[in-house]
Design a protein around this ligand. Structure first.
Ligand code: PMP
Length: 398
């Protein structure tokens, strides 16, 4: 049975081009880039070249503003805690109620430490309201962290507009964005649209590089202090011997991702739209989470299927070789429903029947055909067992 992988917002396959450029730094060029002998020059130069590439891909003038990290989680921790440490005079942090846990949990931790933390709400489409932001900003605001695109629903946030409003209110407020799901799917340019953003995080493994490497952009002049101490690497801003092969892989993946944005916007969006339209037609009681949002990632489809359990759908899909994800957090070892869908006030019964399908450049029309072939049948079968579904009327029991 062939595997159909449609869980690309969770992680992606390593691109062959990425693996190829990493290879020498895993084998012959293993030297510590900080060593003095001539052989160490190759890995040291490879890091510099990778930094230039990542900077170019994100429209950054001045590659020293890019720091390599171990993950987007680390980048988010460094962005938020590094800002808090550097600005002891301010105690108010603003973020959203739909961030990835690597930002959300920091917000909760800062609240426990006595900071004033605002979690901006979203509406039923998953969208933020700029007026809520304006109302929240005050003289004590230190940092605002708003993701570019949501990993569960794909809803995109107008970070450029929000950042402009923040800087017009008070240029000293630091603006951070988690761009982990945005890079390679939508344009990310720190010189044009995102010129008011001070800190930006992203990760390698969402763009066909390995897991365990990420980057943080720190705009020159930002009041920010290093988060990981204990070494001179990255000019003392992120200690620890550099993971040269992964850094090289991340840069190659960035190049391919940025070159692939046009394909995302046309071919992948086309695949997603066909899947969405057909499933809406074939499955009664199906809603697309975030469908009313102004902008959604081209690769992401998050659906609520009333009257069935997301985990049961995943299990059945998996029997057909299809790897997707449930919209709830149950896959991550907790039975709590998704905080994102809860924030969007998706009804309880629909949150539990949520399914996320996320595509990549390695998906094609046959993958979509297969999902269309098997998913409606799986839902019909599961609903036969559901106490919430009226099989006679083919609708949700009220
Ligand atoms: N932010 C977002 C929006 C994500 O989707 C993820 C990964 N699911 C992360 C942060 C964390 O990335 P990493 O796995 O590299 O720590």
């Amino acid at each position: 049975m062939t595997t159909i992988y449609v869980d690309n917002n969770a992680t992606t396959a390593i691109a062959p081009e990425v693996l190829e450029v990493m290879q020498p730094y895993l084998t012959s060029d293993y030297f510590n880039p900080s060593s003095m002998y001539a052989a160490a020059r190759s890995p040291a130069q490879a890091i510099q070249k990778a930094r230039n590439t990542v900077a170019r891909c994100l429209g950054v003038v001045g590659p020293e503003q890019i720091l390599f990290t171990g993950s987007a989680t680390e980048s988010n921790n460094a962005a938020l805690f590094g800002s808090v440490q550097a600005n002891p005079d301010r105690r108010h942090v603003i973020t959203t109620s739909v961030e990835h846990p690597s930002v959300l949990e920091i917000g909760k931790e800062l609240a426990r430490r006595g900071f004033d933390v605002t979690f901006l709400p979203v509406d039923k489409n998953g969208e933020l309201n700029v007026d809520d932001l304006i109302r929240a900003l005050d003289k004590n605001t230190l940092i605002v962290s708003i993701m570019m695109a949501n990993n569960e629903t794909g809803v995109c946030y107008p970070v450029d507009e929000f950042a402009r409003v923040i800087k017009e209110t008070d240029p000293a407020i630091i603006v951070h964005t988690d761009a982990t799901q945005a890079v390679g799917k939508i344009p990310v340019n720190l010189s044009t649209d995102l010129k008011h953003v001070d800190l930006l995080s992203f990760s390698g493994h969402k763009i066909h590089a390995p897991k365990g490497v990420g980057a943080l952009f720190v705009r020159q002049g930002t009041r920010w202090r290093p988060f990981i101490l204990g070494g001179h690497q990255e000019k003392g801003r992120r200690a620890g011997t550099e993971n040269v092969p992964y850094i090289v892989g991340l840069a190659k993946a960035c190049e391919l991702a940025v070159a692939g944005v046009a394909d995302e916007q046309t071919r992948i969006r086309g695949l997603r739209d066909r899947l969405e339209k057909t499933l809406v037609e074939l499955i009664p009681g199906l809603e697309v989470n975030g469908s009313g949002a102004l902008s959604r990632l081209p690769n992401t489809l998050n659906i609520a299927i009333h009257g069935v359990e997301g985990e049961a759908i995943l299990y059945e899909l998996s029997r057909h070789g299809i790897c997707a994800s449930s919209g709830s957090a149950c896959t991550s070892g907790t039975l709590d429903p998704s905080h994102v869908l809860k924030a969007m006030q998706v009804p309880f019964t629909a949150i539990h029947g949520s399914l996320r399908i996320s595509l990549s450049r390695y998906n094609d029309a046959r993958d979509i055909d297969k999902i269309i072939e098997v998913l409606p049948e799986i839902i019909t079968d599961l609903r036969k067992l559901s106490p919430y579904w009226d099989n006679e009327q083919n609708c949700f029991k009220l």
